[in-house]
Design a protein around this ligand. Structure first.
Ligand SMILES: [Zn+2]
Length: 148
């Protein structure tokens, strides 16, 4: 298996609540969210810094944060894109406010990488397409946080 780069901020294993740091036994583990969305978390990697890797993030959340701090908005979530909302202006997609706000409460240092793989591009155009998606995610997240 591909090894996660040493300089990434993420933990080896999710051992504490990513929101408050509690090691409460009553917790939920979420392992569906895509790697690029770590950028919404506190100290997470920007999509363009993730480079040629794909995968998911894996984090633990205590019962209290899950229900009272709204982290449950991330249950089974793979992307923070709101597929129902219309994109505004020159943006190509919109974000789900509730989900981004929940992700922003997580400390990347307590989040681990779940699935992890090196992306295998079949062609240069495919690679460029993935890169431009990464840039789009990055800029839409930046403007989301700017407007907070
Ligand atoms: Zn917690």
């Amino acid at each position: 298996m591909e090894k996660v780069p040493d300089d990434w901020p993420y933990a080896d294993e999710p051992t504490a609540c990513a929101a408050c740091g509690s090691d409460d036994d009553r917790h939920v583990t979420v392992d569906t969210l895509g790697l690029v969305w770590g950028a919404a978390m506190d100290g997470g990697l920007a999509p363009t810094a993730v480079g040629d890797y794909g995968g998911t993030l894996r984090f633990r959340c205590c019962h209290d944060c899950w229900t009272s701090r709204g982290i449950d908005a991330l249950e089974e979530v793979r992307t923070l894109v709101d597929r129902e909302a219309r994109a505004e202006g020159d943006r190509s997609f919109a974000l789900d406010d509730e989900q981004v706000a929940a992700a922003a409460k997580l400390d990347a240092e307590r989040v681990a990488v779940g699935d992890f793989r090196r992306l295998d591009y079949r062609s240069d155009p495919e690679r460029r397409h993935v890169r431009s998606q990464d840039e789009a995610v990055e800029s839409v997240l930046e403007s989301w946080f700017d407007s907070e």
